[in-house]
Design a binder for this molecule. Structure first.
Ligand SMILES: C[S@@+](CC[C@H](N)C(=O)[O-])C[C@H]1O[C@@H](n2cnc3c(N)ncnc32)[C@H](O)[C@@H]1O
Length: 426
């Protein structure tokens, strides 16, 4: 079959409307319980629902559910939804955001919680890695009093029998700890706040943050109850999509895989993974990393074998090989190949689970290596057509300014797009 040339729509109706970022959720009920920088906007999910003719009983899914924008938006609108997420912290986050709660029970527990925190407890993270102050470190993620306050609160939640209250309070504790952490997430890393050693985050500032978050949680739980609770499945979507029947016949998939930018979510969310005891050691963290999509170089992956991803992919790989001395790491070409192999696999699995007339809204960003902007959106468009999806449109959502790097100094911005796929010809 002759390959069709795809073109991004630079006059797309959603261009520059804030659809691929999370900024507008800072004040939104339930979303505001945890700021998740890498999420897309609930407005994107609403647009996809409007434009894909989703009916009341239809299923909406997100195989890379992250903080759960797709599942929370769907459930607040009363739609059935299923999210899959490999990172146990983000999977916990997305499930907690669709939890209903009992205000009087939460208020009762709150009293005990502050008492327990005032007594403190010894955190198992004291002296672990860079989590707390140690003689040989000049920077550490948390002050001891913050870790010990967090631990005292966490231990209290161990004794709670109410499933919903336990989750809601645990999320508030993690959120308060992160607000009182010496480092903040910034792009691909955790960056120390400029004044981190003057901030003097301590038990008092921790409790103040906790009170604020619990107050939001109580307000939102009573004012924005969940109409249709989503199902969140914890695991690698490449396995779950294969085995689970819970996503059969989905009508709409709104999703955004990790971008091809070497960003490792298990590294960047390492504080939350340890705080919430989702992982207990470096081996478990590494095993988790192996389950993530191959979009970074922090793990020894199974080598990719497929490479028939179309003309643009071939051009990209030729460039990488010809310019291998200008790559930030020698594994980048293998990562690129593995990424598209994963994307093909996922698009095939999604096809097998899709209902008639279904659609996928797939948000991706281009990436730059060795001086070349890789048209990730167009290559995924090629792959999707090859595995049997009809490409409706590649709509540009925005152009994101890119920091100047020595490897790709001339690439100053990167295109972020939504690839809209349809199961049927339109
Ligand atoms: C761009 S984020 C999704 C953000 C989401 N749209 C939101 O609004 O919060 C990509 C997510 O994919 C997850 N992920 C990576 N590999 C995965 C895999 N194999 N299976 C399921 N989720 C995976 C990451 O942990 C991350 O949360």
């Amino acid at each position: 079959m002759e390959e069709q040339q795809h073109i991004p729509n630079e006059k797309f109706s959603l261009l520059d409307g804030g659809y691929s970022n999370y900024e507008d959720t800072i004040d939104l009920a339930r979303h505001r319980w945890y700021y998740y920088k890498e999420g897309f906007s609930p407005n994107l999910v609403k647009k996809a629902i409007e434009q894909s003719d989703v009916k009341k009983d239809d299923l909406i899914i997100d195989p890379f559910n992250g903080s759960g924008t797709t599942t929370l938006t769907s459930s607040l609108l009363g739609h059935h939804s299923v999210g899959i997420e490999v990172n146990p912290f983000t999977s916990f986050l997305s499930e907690t955001k669709v939890t209903n709660g009992n205000i009087s029970e939460l208020t009762k527990i709150e009293g005990k919680l502050y008492k327990s925190i005032s007594e403190g407890a010894k955190s198992p993270l004291l002296k672990f890695s860079t989590f707390s102050k140690r003689k040989d470190l000049d920077k550490w993620l948390f002050n001891d009093s913050v870790l010990n306050s967090f631990e005292a609160g966490w231990q209290l939640t161990d004794s709670l029998s109410g499933y919903n209250s336990k989750r809601l309070i645990r999320l508030a504790l993690i959120s308060a700890a992160m607000k009182n952490g010496n480092a903040k997430r910034d792009g691909k890393c955790l960056r120390y706040r400029p004044d981190w050693d003057k901030n003097k985050f301590n038990a008092d500032s921790f409790v103040e943050s906790l009170r604020d978050i619990l107050s939001y949680i109580k307000t939102d739980v009573s004012e924005e109850p969940i109409k249709t609770k989503s199902k969140i499945i914890s695991g690698d979507c490449r396995n779950v999509l294969h085995k689970s029947n819970e996503i059969n016949d989905f009508k709409l998939c709104v999703t955004s895989p990790p971008y091809l930018n070497t960003f490792d979510y298990t590294d960047i969310y390492r504080p939350e993974l340890y705080l919430g005891k989702f992982v207990v050691g470096t081996k478990q963290l590494y095993d988790l990393r192996l389950e993530t999509v191959r979009s970074h170089i922090q793990a020894k992956w199974k080598k990719p074998i497929r490479n028939d991803f179309g003309f643009l992919y071939e051009q990209t790989m030729k460039h990488m090989i010809a310019n291998k001395d200008n790559l930030m790491h020698k594994y980048i070409p293998m990562m690129i190949q593995a990424y598209f192999e994963d994307m093909e696999n996922i698009l095939k699995l999604l096809k097998a689970k899709s209902a008639k007339e279904s659609q996928i809204w797939f948000v991706v960003s281009n990436s730059a290596y060795a001086g070349l902007e890789i048209p990730v959106d167009l290559i995924i468009g090629d792959i999707a057509s090859k595995v049997g999806w009809y490409l409706k449109e590649i709509g540009v959502l925005r152009y994101v300014k890119k920091r100047k790097t020595k490897y790709s100094p001339l690439v100053t911005e990167l295109r972020e797009s939504v690839i809209i796929l349809s199961r049927n010809k339109f």
